[in-house]
Design a protein around this ligand. Sequence first.
Ligand code: HEM
Length: 553
Amino acid sequence: MSKIFKASEVAEHKKPDSLWIIIEGNVYDVTKFVDEHPGGKKILQRVGGKDATAQFWKYHNEGVLKKYKAQLQIGSLEGQAAPPPEPKIEEPKKEEPKKVEELKVVPLEAGPVAPAPAEETTKEALDAWGDLIPYGDPAWYQGYHSPYYNESHVALRQEIRAWIEEKVEPNLNEWEKTKSVPEEIYREMGTRGYLAGLLGIRCPAEYTPYQVASVPADKWDHFHEFVLTDEISRTGSGGFVWNIIGGYAIGLPPVIKFGKKELKDRIVPDIIAGNKRICLCITEPDAGSDVANLTCTATKTPDGKHYIVNGEKKWITNGVWSDYFTVAVRTGGPGMSGISVLLVERSEGVTTREMDCQGVHGSGTTYVVFEDVKVPVENLIGKENAGFKVIMTNFNHERIGIIIQCTRFARVCYEESMKYANKRRTFGKKLIEHPVIRMKLAHMVRQVEATHNWLENIIYQCGRMDETEAMLRLGGAIAGLKAQATITFEFCAREAVQIFGGLGYTKGGQGAKVERLYRDVRGYAIPGGSEEIMLDLSIRQAMKVHKALGMKL
Ligand code: HEM
């Protein structure tokens, strides 16, 4: 691997029985690889013994080199420092993170709600970091001022991006095909402390020994959770994101906030460690956004020790491999005042079947059936017939997660398009030189940035309000923002596929991310409250709240 070759030496290896090529100053032996090269044998043979860097970037993205480097690279060219794969656009080049002078984190108060970071920690803009493609990352990554972030957020984004680039990115196309993610990735989510950070609250320390390496547990705030979800979403795979956080981030918070101590002590540590899995079961074949009309029943046994649960739940993320199910059931009369939430454990009478959906492959979308399932009354989450509040409190956190994911997915569509537009040439020019393409990019950016900025404002509010105030005052805005995020995502996915043309219509290869995301759009626009319901709620809820605040019309 570390061998140094002269260009003249490489030039001798241009025949099928010994075929070497140079890419970015590194030497690859592709003699055996030619037969399996998806682009064909001859095209590689034509560049045998030569520098094929320009041709390589025309047809591939950086993921290909990362994947095949270990297998094919035999050394470097004399006088080259064997640089890492370059971004395909000519400029700017990827920069190493700059040294941080001092850690200016202000201690946060203890309490169940993670507070927002103090503004005075970030008077200066943070160092520019990442690929620096304009708008390719949030503004605070690119040296712009922000009141929300400090060095602990910087450290976290670097930690996660490094992990994703090493362990996840190279395998995503494969996992998309098999519609699965290896279990060890989920377990790492636990041991790296990420699961503990995805609860919308500070994780109670007694439930986990696992901490995020770059952020002390007592400093964790809502913006750290934002950064974590955002960086994971940069994979451009709804299926991957939902596989690792979809069930957990909405199924566990109700247990932690409203469950009984004995129940929590028994089940929570294993879930946070990534050893056991949990999901949220609200939606039914006949009750989606219309939660108040759900029909799954839980009837108390005559001795008052158990509930017997009967009913079906549909489109349940992660259900197929879950050990625990946080389930909305009817324990009382019709409407919202007859609903309770129960923690059902996988046991006799629980069956799960994976559903085949348009997108979010690997998320384990599941049809769940409960038939005479015996659940101890100690597994009641919150009070009997007061489950609607538990569900409603959970919605804000769920929707903010969806918004973060959609906004980054939209940004990924833009970023991929921007990169491609800077290398693909048509009619004698790069795509980016055609005004019609710049117009598409501009319309993507203005929506992504508007959505992201509104999102930061909402997350800041969440850190300043307690849960009940946030549920009432922010519920409408979060609903409106969810619709804004999914509409933006849909727009960007469409425009990105148009820019990529046939490559955006084909699985794998350079357009893999946008092709995949295009199929994931509906998986975000429908669940967690459909766009239609969200937009309507955004106005109704705001009117209600502002009436109480003294609105004068
Ligand atoms: C280390 C060297 C190379 C490796 C590991 C490699 C690998 C791949 C892979 C995995 C694909 C499938 C599509 C994708 O995942 O992006 C592909 C497609 C392709 N490759 Fe390569 N390749 C190499 C060098 C080259 C070179 C030097 C050329 C051109 C001279 C080339 C031309 C192509 C073409 C035309 C396609 C089809 C693109 C498409 O479907 O649009 N490859 N290659």
